[in-house]
Design a protein around this ligand. Structure first.
Ligand code: FAD
Length: 391
C-alpha cells in the first residue's frame, strides 16, 4: 500500500466519526471514513495490540474469502493482506482410518486464504493511522452513551472517565457490543441472542523438521458426527487446529490420559502431528470458548449511530463468513454514502434496509449448517457432505 497518498488525499470535512471498537471491522471502517475525509476517532478498549506481547482474540487465524477481499481492495489493503495469507484451494478430509481426500473449493485457481487474525488487525490499524485525519485511542472502554445528546462516556486506562461527542457513532465493538445496549431500550428494536451447545478450543500443530506437518494449501477437516476438528495453516509453518464439540463432551475429558484416549478414538492421525505431550498440556490451557449467534434490526438509530460487524450480527463460525460479512458491511455502507451524498439521515436507514436481510441470511445459513450437523448424526455421509460443502 502507498501510505504517502493517504495524507495528500485527506481533506478534512470536519464532521467527526467515532468508531467504537478497533478490532477487524472497526480498523477497516476507520480507513473507509478517513478516506472520505471525515475526522475519525477510533476508541478501543484494549491496549495497542501492535505493542502487546500476547494478543487475545476469538481465533488465531481465519479464512478470508472473496467478499472480505473486495472490501479490503477498496481501501488499498487487499495486496498487503493477501501477500501474508496462505491459499487453501481445497478442504482435506481426514477419515477415521487416516485416509485423506481433497475436495476443491471451486474451479482451478480458486481458493480462500488462511490469515493471521492478529496480523490482519495490526495491519488495518496501521493503515488507518496513516491518514492524518485519524486518531487511534487505545485503552478507551465505552461505558455508555446518550441517545439524546450522542455523548459517549469512556473509561480510560488511568481510571478516569472521559465524555466525547461525535457527529456519527459507528458501533464496531463486537458480539457483546456496549453501543448496542442503548438500542435495546428503543421501541421496535428486534434482538435475539442464541448460544449453541458447542464450544471450541484451539491446539497448535508444530512444524516437523522445519516443514508443515501436513499439506499446507488445504483447510483440513476431521468430520466426526456431533463434533469435528479443523486445521488452518500459519506462516510460521504451524497449523492451528480448532476442536468444535458440545460442552458436555468437553466436560467428560478431564485428564491428560483421557485426552489421548479421546484423540485415539476420533483423531488418531493427529496425535503424532500435534505431539502427545503437547496435546495433554494444551488441551487444558484454556477452557472451551462459547459461540453465540446475535441477530438484530434495525442497524441504525436516527442519524446518529450505526452498527457493523459482530455488533450487528455475530454468527456461528460454520461458514467462515463472520469477518467477511463484517468487512462487506463497510463496503456496502461506503457505496450508500456515495449514492446518498454522505447524508447520514438518508444513508443510515438505507444501510439497514439493504444490509439486514443479507446479514440475517448469513446468520441463518451458519446456524442451519450447525443444526444440520447435529440432527443428522446417524447419516454420516449426509452429515459429511453438509458440513464440508459450506466450510
Ligand atoms: P471483534 O473482532 O470482536 O472486535 C471488536 C473490538 O471491539 C475488539 O477489539 C474489542 O476489544 C473492542 N471492544 C469491545 N467492547 C468495547 C468497548 N466497550 N469499548 C471499546 N472497544 C470495545 N470469520 C470469518 O470471516 N472467517 C473465519 O474463518 C472465521 N473463523 C472464526 C472462528 C472462530 C472460532 C470464531 C469464534 C469466529 C470466527 N470468525 C470468522 C468470525 C470473526 O471472528 C468475527 O466475525 C470478527 O472478529 C468480527 O469482527 P468485529 O471487528 O466486528 O468484532
Amino acid at each position: 500500500m502507498d501510505y504517502s497518498t493517504n495524507f495528500s488525499k485527506s481533506t478534512s470535512k470536519k464532521k467527526v466519526v467515532a468508531v467504537v471498537g478497533g478490532g477487524l471491522v472497526g480498523a477497516l471502517n476507520a480507513c473507509y471514513f478517513a478516506k472520505r475525509g471525515f475526522q475519525v476517532e477510533v476508541f478501543e478498549s484494549r491496549e495497542d495490540i501492535r505493542q502487546a506481547k500476547i494478543v487475545k482474540g476469538r481465533s488465531i487465524n481465519l479464512a478470508l474469502s472473496h467478499r472480505g477481499r473486495q472490501a479490503l481492495k477498496q481501501v488499498g489493503m487487499e495486496d498487503t493482506i493477501v501477500s501474508k495469507g496462505i491459499p487453501m484451494h481445497s478442504r482435506m478430509i481426514h477419515s477415521l482410518n487416516g485416509t485423506q481426500s481433497p475436495i476443491p473449493y471451486g474451479k482451478k485457481g480458486q481458493y480462500i486464504l488462511s490469515v493471521d487474525r492478529a496480523n490482519l488487525n495490526k495491519e488495518l490499524l496501521s493503515a488507518a493511522e496513516t491518514y492524518s485525519n485519524t486518531k487511534l485511542n487505545f485503552a478507551y472502554k465505552l461505558l455508555n452513551w446518550s441517545t439524546e445528546t450522542g455523548a459517549m462516556t469512556f473509561l480510560r486506562a488511568d481510571g478516569a472517565k472521559e465524555e466525547i461527542q461525535a457527529d456519527l457513532i459507528v458501533g464496531c465493538d463486537g458480539a457483546f457490543s456496549a453501543i448496542r445496549k442503548q438500542f435495546l431500550r428503543q421501541s421496535r428494536f428486534n434482538f435475539s441472542q442464541t448460544y449453541i451447545p458447542h464450544g471450541y478450543l484451539e491446539l497448535t500443530m508444530p512444524p516437523i523438521n522445519g516443514e508443515f506437518a501436513m499439506k499446507p494449501n488445504y483447510l483440513h477437516i476431521w468430520p466426526r458426527n456431533t463434533f469435528m476438528m479443523i486445521a488452518l495453516p500459519n506462516l510460521d509453518k504451524t497449523f492451528t487446529c480448532t476442536l468444535f464439540m458440545p460442552f458436555d463432551e468437553f466436560e467428560n475429558v478431564t485428564t491428560g490420559d483421557q485426552v489421548i484416549e479421546f484423540f485415539q478414538k476420533y483423531f488418531p492421525d493427529a496425535i503424532p502431528l500435534i505431539g502427545a505431550d503437547a496435546l495433554k498440556r494444551d488441551y487444558f490451557r484454556l477452557p472451551a470458548q462459547a459461540m453465540v449467534s446475535v441477530k438484530c434490526s434495525p442497524y441504525h438509530l436516527s442519524d446518529k449511530c450505526v452498527l457493523m460487524g459482530d455488533a450487528a450480527h455475530a454468527v456461528v463460525p460454520f461458514y467462515g463468513q463472520g469477518m467477511n460479512a463484517g468487512f462487506e458491511d463497510c463496503l456496502v455502507f461506503n457505496e450508500i454514502m456515495d449514492q446518498l451524498n454522505e447524508d447520514f439521515s438518508a444513508v443510515l436507514p438505507e444501510y439497514t434496509r439493504v444490509r439486514v436481510p443479507d446479514d440475517h441470511a448469513i446468520a441463518d445459513l451458519a446456524m442451519y449448517n450447525y443444526v444440520e450437523m447435529r440432527s443428522h448424526v446417524n447419516s454420516k455421509w449426509f452429515l459429511f457432505r453438509k458440513y464440508i460443502d459450506n466450510f
